[in-house]
Design a protein around this ligand. Structure first.
Ligand SMILES: [Zn+2]
Length: 567
């Protein structure tokens, strides 16, 4: 989950968002405010957070010095609860095969077009990476094809590719949704959720679709507004990237994927006789057809360091008494940012207390609450994933290899980064308006005089950037409890306090050395939110209900493909 800093600045700049929460019209809290947490213990969430964020865990990097101790601790927690192993060979542990890729310096990159011949520099002009286990990448004068926003959305009657042949070519793609820059009155306005980003907006989707369309490589044109972060964030990774080991990497990953600076793209389009802004406007139409840049080509020659490593997921279960093949998943990630450059005080460990040791506390407490009750009719899964910070890798690996069918997964509920601010009047919901789990959250909250506040910054696409989405992208309805969307309405301090905390944490501590456990932390608000998620799961686990996606959701179409499994 990268690049929230720019967002925090914008957030601070729009006081309107900081005012009273948007409550569903006419929704009055049905009862007196009750912020208790049922069987969920705030103290145990705090204890688990404190332990995992302590120095001996070394910032919990996948494959890092802290991993063995972390896995040992998590397995012991699941064993102590009496959960059933759901990892490899009857254990709680699932080995996750990962690749670490590093684009080597001193590669050669160039662009040619009529009247233009440019040698390019990584980090300044473009960023490239290769997520295939190949050590040398050579692309010689590959034609360049502008594919607009690079979206194929059958449920919206949208196809930017229209059967174009991209074999051996490099696609140039715009970031965000086709309606991101739409002016009011433009036919596309609102067609992709308007301000709220859909999955099509995400860079991950752009590359995934480009390889499905047969492209050799793809370069996303960086625009700060559309990306919601500056170029400095794009190149912060320095050419390092991770992926899960795949059976057929060439069918899932491009030979080369990257970003290119906007000014350079404008110059390239001009040399090819095209006007970039005019082409962008054309890309906002359903009639858009890809255009090959006449006489233009791209070349690259670079080394790619490939390292394979094994990290581990920890997975436990309570098998259902009546429908063991139907599941409800509760999950979060145990990995954090490990050890890095010293901060001003010389600290190097990035402890990941709130992100997401607190989430681990939430999952373990949810398991405890289920174990304290009668065996549910459906199976409850508890996943603690590796590699989330490197691209949702552990949860993706489990989703790819799991014996449990996504078509029979009732819900994927994830916790990631709780706030430590104590009781709140509301829950800020990421991805609001997406699926029926939200209605259940609203009902569970209302029973306690609490409300739901829609994600104030849906354009940041947080709903596609945490582990719940590894199952969401397979059509499973998702619910994410994460405190980074917008400030909650804190009982002791109001929304102003909530917003201030989100802003400061995002700007100063997110993925940094100061995401530590602190004595002033109050996890009772987190515990109350976890309890709502527990109640939702308990009700679903003892029902024949199958919550659905709301109409128009791109994920609803994927869910529909497995409808027969839920008969
Ligand atoms: Zn996280």
């Amino acid at each position: 989950m990268k690049a929230l800093i720019a967002a925090a600045a914008v957030f601070a700049a729009s006081p309107a968002l900081a005012q009273a929460p948007v409550q569903t019209p006419g929704q009055k809290p049905a009862q007196k405010l009750d912020t208790s947490a049922g069987p969920i213990s705030a103290q145990r969430i705090s204890d688990i957070t404190r332990e995992l964020a302590s120095d001996p865990y070394a910032g919990r990097a996948p494959g890092g010095p802290g991993e063995p101790k972390t896995i040992d601790y998590l397995v012991k927690q699941f064993q102590a609860l009496g959960l059933e192993p759901a990892g490899d060979k009857g254990s709680f542990v699932q080995d996750v095969q990962l690749y670490r890729f590093q684009t080597q310096p001193n590669g050669a990159y160039s662009l040619k077009a009529p009247g233009l011949s440019k040698t390019l520099q990584t980090q300044t002009d473009l960023r490239v990476e290769t997520q295939r286990p190949v050590e040398q990448v050579r692309i010689q004068d590959a034609p360049l094809v502008f594919v607009g926003y690079g979206v194929t959305a059958p449920e919206r009657g949208w196809d930017d590719f229209k059967g174009v042949d991209l074999k051996g070519k490099v696609a140039l793609i715009l970031i965000n949704d086709p309606d991101f820059e739409a002016q009011p009155g433009e036919p596309v306005a609102g067609r992709f959720g308007g301000k709220a980003a859909t999955y099509y907006a995400r860079w991950t989707y752009k590359y995934e679709e480009a390889v499905r369309q047969g492209a050799l490589g793809a370069l996303i044109v960086h625009e700060t507004a559309g990306a919601a972060y500056p170029w400095s964030t794009v190149v912060a990774g320095g050419g390092e990237s991770y992926d899960v080991v795949r059976q057929d990497p060439a069918s899932a990953r491009l030979l080369m994927q990257g970003w290119i600076q906007r000014p350079l793209t404008v110059e390239l389009f001009k040399a090819a006789g095209l006007d970039f802004e005019a082409e962008k406007a054309r890309a906002r139409t359903a009639a858009f057809r890809p255009v090959e840049l006449k006489g233009a080509s791209f070349s690259a020659d670079y080394r790619n360091a490939v390292e394979q490593l094994t990290s581990r997921n920890v997975v436990g279960a309570i098998r259902g008494s009546k429908h063991p093949d139907e599941t409800i998943m509760y999950s979060t990630h145990w990995d954090a940012y490990g050890i890095g450059a010293p901060d001003a005080q010389g600290a190097t460990i990035r402890p990941g207390a709130l992100d997401s040791a607190s989430g681990v506390g939430g999952v373990i407490e949810t398991a405890r609450a289920f174990k304290a009750g009668p065996r549910p009719q459906r199976t409850i899964l508890f996943g603690l994933w590796t590699g989330e910070e490197r691209g949702l890798l552990g949860s993706e690996y489990f989703a790819q290899t799991s014996p449990y069918a996504a078509g029979k997964m009732v819900a994927s509920i994830a916790y990631d980064t709780f706030h430590p601010l104590g009781p709140t009047r509301d829950v800020v919901l990421i991805g609001s308006g997406q699926n029926q789990l939200e209605d259940r959250l609203r009902a569970a909250a209302a029973k306690r005089g609490r409300t739901i506040t829609p994600d104030p910054r849906p354009e940041r696409a947080l709903n596609y950037r945490a582990d719940h989405f590894s199952f969401g992208r397979r059509g499973v309805p998702t619910l994410l409890l994460m405190a980074l969307a917008g400030g909650p309405d804190v009982v002791d301090g109001g929304r102003a306090k909530g917003d201030q905390w989100v802003e400061e944490f995002t700007a100063r501590c997110y993925h940094q050395t100061c995401d530590r456990w602190e004595t002033w932390h109050d996890y009772s608000g987190a515990a109350a939110d976890v309890n709502l998620a527990f109640e939702i799961g308990k009700a679903l686990a003892n029902s024949r209900d199958w919550p659905e996606w709301n109409a128009g959701s791109e994920l609803g179409a994927i869910r529909a493909e497995t409808a027969a499994q839920r008969k």
